[in-house]
Design a protein around this ligand. Structure first.
Ligand code: AHR
Length: 554
């Protein structure tokens, strides 16, 4: 039996046989105008401000994420800005990417940031954390890190996008002083320290003002195999008397894997052993949750339990969504445990790795480690997950989809001069206006979906989403998970009136639909204006769809 911890440890990538799945499509839009569902947006029940950082990203020095994905090199014929892929920067600006996590992931706890500064030609080549897992098809720089991309290049990437950098420090294999000096390199003003001089010499006179810092990654696994108590002691040590140069440092502690409630409990218990004030040093507790087990309860084996990114039937479609749905319980469950120790809620949840994880075999670029092909199913999954975060704004301060490009639930795929926005990338575009909005309690009433799961009846909810308001604009995002039925839905705004409205949605008659380098526009948003006659807005949500309604209020 292999679990994620063993997998990461061994670098094992087992390929399993693919199975053929029938094509399932939508027979056609419902022609009936009778609403079968209802959405009520309650303007007098605000839930809290949606942190823009919930729409964050994760980039690890892994496979083709950096070398080929983000970084093409200054001399590359691929359009770039200082070596960084231009088309990627442009789209990330469009989706208002707020924060980007780097350099890992597991890579972070083997990385020495000092290797990635100074003249590029003098930077050392190092064995990448993921080297053992790389296939023979992978280019050399995926296995042996040339350090061409380091802190300067990454922060430049963030600046070009307008995003905050979120750096993960190495707790497993570097001392606390290295963390302190990384902060010094990034944030000390020009002329004050030797490391500031080094930054200035590299062409960056202004401090980077890095505000978000991870203290290790998955410290229960690849980040050191610590117990929660051991890690809490390390966390206190690494976070003590960090220089701040006037910037507030928001420290993210390595948190639980999935439903490991005891990690959350024991970590906080141990941190607090030193005194109640200790909580003030923690900005967030990182929760990691991947939806990987599509075996329908048959196995917990990390390799055998995986499903296929492209070949799946309707039951697999719902199975992924059921796995994704667990996120809501994980957020509320860990929050409940945190509440036992932190009645003031000083510490928030930072879901800095989330997304589906399939078996290998669907890579757009053969040889790219952990790369998979996102389909409409992943778009629906991602919309559903972002809605969960929107509905819990007081609990979730940040979330980072794993991972940005050429990896797991990627928004983009790129290879050399080819670049494509995946259905997941389009979901982030549709949801961008939620950032900074006031989340409103919203009631979704729709018939449950019924299907057969291995000979037994199974059901799944029929319609869900989230709503937020900013000034006179309401954003309502809605997921229809049904593979075959449209939902005719009456939308009631309790406490506001519609002036005008439009809707953008992603859907396709084929639930496997995805965008490739050759066919980049198979799943793209369609926008239409919505007409209404003083009465309630009635909207048809196509089957297998993610929609965003942009409603201007009177
Ligand atoms: O995202 C891939 C890996 O998954 C990350 O490196 C690690 O943190 C997690 O286990």
């Amino acid at each position: 039996m292999i679990n994620r911890r063993d997998f990461l440890h061994q670098g094992t990538l087992g390929a399993a046989a693919l199975f053929a799945a029938p094509k399932i499509g939508w027979a056609g839009a419902s022609t009936s105008r009778t609403a079968d569902s209802r959405i009520e947006v309650l303007f007098d029940e605000p839930l809290g401000t949606i942190s823009p950082n919930i729409y964050g990203h994760f980039t690890e020095n892994l496979g083709g994420v950096f070398y080929d994905g983000i970084w093409v090199g200054e001399k590359s014929p691929v359009p770039n800005i200082g070596g960084l892929r231009k088309s990627l920067i442009e789209h990330m600006r469009r989706i208002k990417a707020p924060v980007i996590r780097y350099p890992g992931g597991c890579f972070a706890d083997s990385y020495d940031w000092r290797d990635g500064i100074g003249p590029v030609e003098k930077r050392p080549r190092r064995t990448n954390f993921w080297a053992n897992a790389e296939s023979n098809q992978a280019p050399l720089n995926h296995r042996y890190d040339p350090n061409t991309v380091g802190t300067n290049e990454f922060v430049h990437f963030c600046e070009l996008i307008g995003a905050e950098p979120y750096l993960a420090a190495n707790v497993r294999s570097l001392p606390a002083s290295a963390f302190q000096q990384w902060v010094e390199y990034c944030n000390s003003p020009a002329g004050t320290t030797t490391l500031a001089d080094a930054r200035v010499a590299a062409g960056y006179p202004e401090p980077f003002h890095v505000k978000y810092w991870g203290v290790g990654n998955e410290s229960w696994g690849c980040g050191g195999e610590f117990t929660a108590q051991e890690y809490a002691v390390e966390f206190r040590r690494y976070s003590t008397w960090l220089p701040n140069y006037g910037d507030k440092l928001n420290l993210v502690a390595s948190g639980p894997n999935t439903d490991d409630w005891s990690w959350t409990r024991e970590f906080l218990e141990e941190v607090l052993r030193k005194g109640p004030g200790e909580l003030r040093r923690i900005y967030g507790l990182a929760l990691h949750y991947y939806s990987w087990n599509l075996s329908r309860g048959k196995t917990q084996d990390w390799v055998a339990g995986k499903g296929d990114a492209l070949r799946f039937d309707t039951v697999d479609w719902y199975e992924l969504l059921r796995e994704g749905e667990r996120m809501e319980n994980l957020v509320t469950g860990h929050w409940q445990v945190m509440s036992e120790f932190d009645q003031e809620h000083l510490v928030k949840l930072v879901v800095d790795e989330w997304g589906p994880w399939y078996r290998p075999g669907s890579e757009a670029t053969p040889g790219d480690l952990l790369e998979q092909m996102p389909t409409l199913r992943d778009a629906v999954f991602s919309g559903m997950t972002l809605d969960i975060f929107n509905r819990n704004p007081e609990k979730v301060a940040m979330a980072n989809c794993a991972q940005l490009i050429n990896c797991l639930n990627s928004l983009y795929l790129a290879h050399e001069d080819r670049f494509v926005i995946t259905p997941v990338g389009h979901v982030f575009e549709l949801y961008a206006t939620h950032q900074g909005g006031q989340s409103l309690r919203t009631i979704f009433s729709a018939p449950d979906l019924h299907y057969e799961r291995d000979g037994s009846p199974a059901s799944f909810w029929g319609l869900r989403g989230s709503a937020s308001v900013r000034g006179k604009t309401l954003t309502l995002t809605v997921v229809n998970p049904s593979t075959s039925e449209a939902r005719m839905t009456e939308i009631d705004l309790r406490g506001a009136a519609v002036k005008e409205a439009n809707m953008s949605f992603l859907s396709n008659a084929d639930i496997h639909a995805h965008n490739t380098f050759d066919q980049p526009n198979v799943v793209v948003p369609v926008t239409k204006s919505l007409s209404f006659n003083q009465g309630p807005l009635v909207v048809e949500f196509p089957p297998a769809s993610v929609s965003a309604l942009n409603i201007q209020l009177e």
